[in-house]
Design a protein around this ligand. Structure first.
Ligand SMILES: Nc1ncnc2c1ncn2[C@@H]1O[C@H](COP(=O)(O)OP(=O)(O)OP(=O)(O)O)[C@@H](O)[C@H]1O
Ligand SMILES: [Mg+2]
Length: 462
């Protein structure tokens, strides 16, 4: 009964009663017997008032009981939510959901069947209240036949008073503990059913003979479990999100390592190999020159060790640490000139356009240049190379051109090499872009254009 109806009844009932009493009195009690009339009226009013207050207080008592019970449930739900938020590991969260739902509903058994997206096929079945040895005895987990395959209405619940008698039941497997009452609610996450939450056998009291009293689940139980299922869904989503974030972090770390390995460490090993190869040919004829090549190889290997050490300690690979971009670029050009027969020209930025980049951005740009020059050395068969760095307004432009055999950029970018991909990724990280203009036999023009200042990072939470 709603409070509104009750309020009306509290006004209308006494009124009707009073009118009734007055009517009876006027109709049946003659005026000369007014004393008896008064006594009967007082008795009737007293009786009516008592009955009225008994009726109303009973309703108030019931209401109070309901409110206390709801308060207790809310408290239990709140505790359940808090218990769930402490856990972030998905498997632990799922087990906790089953354990808590059992406690919430005073059920002897609980289970969570995680279903395959869009089907009723059970992918994972987590239980609570069944000893591991018993579970092992039961054998393979259920796959979603019979009652376990029943889908409770999307936002509803399924209450079954006697599992054995239900026509949809396919019976328990051997060694399965007997169960009688079942309550099922779905856990929905992002509009899809993630799984079904089952509790079986509500046990509230022990009978004097030691046996348990199994009660049927009622609507209020279903509502409580539904509310808990909503919280469970949030905990599951959080745990899934964390798992995904961790996977992304691992992937990003792998990518970072891949790039550091390719652009720093492998290039140094490659350079050491080239120097040793040249030394091998010159050792008989030009010992002095060969000695210089071996020194270069030793330097390169030393660089490898330094890079690896820095990488392990979580630092930048560090080949260009502490140097300004224009000077380092000059060094890279000079190295190419010294180690090959190519004519390498470097056009440094003019004094008017001094380019100041922070250390991290300097390193990224130099790693792009280093890879471009290595590619020329490895693939271009060029005679002339031009390296230029310019400040153009708010932009920094790096150009590296060769007059070698050129290549099909689109085809090469999808190939096995990492160099082109890394260059593009580094340019993107710098907030700029990489353009390669190359045609077979026509040489290659590479241009990296980036803003002088890094893009401002948006404040957290914006
Ligand atoms: N300047 C260039 N002249 C001619 N061909 C080039 C030039 N730069 C790149 N290429 C071609 O593009 C391909 C891809 O280059 P990329 O740097 O991605 O890989 P890679 O140099 O072969 O290997 P990695 O860089 O991973 O050691 C090269 O194999 C080469 O055929
Ligand atoms: Mg390369």
């Amino acid at each position: 009964m709603s409070t509104r109806t009750l309020r009306w009844m509290a006004i209308v009932l006494p009124l009707f009663f009073m009118v009734g009493v007055i009517y009876l009195r006027v109709t049946f009690v003659p005026p000369e017997r007014s004393l008896e009339g008064n006594i009967v009226t007082v008795v009737a009013v007293a009786l009516g008032a008592s009955l009225f207050s008994i009726f109303f207080f009973r309703i108030i008592d019931r209401r109070e009981e309901e409110i206390t019970q709801r308060g207790r449930q809310l408290e239990a739900l709140h505790e359940a939510a808090v218990a769930l938020t402490v856990e972030m590991d998905l498997q632990v969260v799922l087990q906790k959901i089953v354990d808590i739902s059992r406690t919430l509903l005073s059920a002897k058994y609980g289970a969570l069947g995680v279903v395959e997206k869009g089907t009723t096929q059970i992918q994972q079945f987590i239980t609570s209240g069944i000893e591991p040895e018993v579970r092992a005895h039961i054998g393979a987990p259920p796959v979603g036949l019979g009652l376990l395959g029943m889908v409770a209405p999307r936002d509803g619940a399924l209450i079954i008073d006697d599992i054995q008698k239900d026509p949809r039941s396919v019976g328990f497997p051997p060694h399965h503990p007997p169960m009688r009452c079942l309550l099922v609610v779905p856990i929905t996450s992002k509009g899809e059913i993630f799984g079904n939450l089952y509790v079986a056998d509500k046990v509230l009291s022990l009978r004097p003979d030691g046996r348990e009293d199994v009660l049927s689940f009622v609507r209020a139980d279903a509502e409580l479990l539904q509310k808990f299922a909503t919280q469970a869904a949030i905990a599951i989503e959080n745990a899934q999100l964390l798992r995904k974030t961790q996977e992304i972090t691992v992937m990003q770390e792998r990518e970072r390592f891949g790039m550091a390995l390719h652009d720093g460490i492998m290039q140094s090993v490659y350079a050491a190999g080239l120097s040793l190869q040249e030394a091998k040919y010159e050792i008989g004829t030009n010992t002095q020159h060969a000695g210089r090549r071996i020194d270069q190889a030793v330097d390169s290997l030393g660089q490898v060790l330094r890079d690896l050490r820095n990488y392990i300690m979580g630092l930048r690979t560090g080949r260009f640490q502490g140097q300004d971009v224009a000077t380092s670029l000059g060094q890279l050009a000079a190295e190419l000139r010294a180690n090959t027969l190519m004519n390498v020209v470097y056009e440094a930025p003019t004094k008017l356009s001094v380019i100041r980049l922070d250390e991290a951005r300097t390193e990224e740009l130099l790693l792009i240049a280093q890879e471009a020059l290595n590619n020329i050395r490895k693939h271009a068969q060029a005679r002339n190379v031009l390296v230029s760095l310019k400040g153009e307004g708010e932009l920094v432009v790096l150009r590296i051109m060769d007059d070698g055999i050129g290549f099909d950029f689109e085809a090469a970018a999808g190939g096995d090499g990492n160099g082109l991909r890394n260059m593009r990724e580094r340019a993107r990280k710098l907030g700029g872009d990489l353009e390669i203009d190359s045609l077979p036999t026509r040489g290659t023009n590479l241009r990296v254009q980036m803003p002088l200042q890094p893009a401002p990072t948006s404040p957290a939470g914006a």
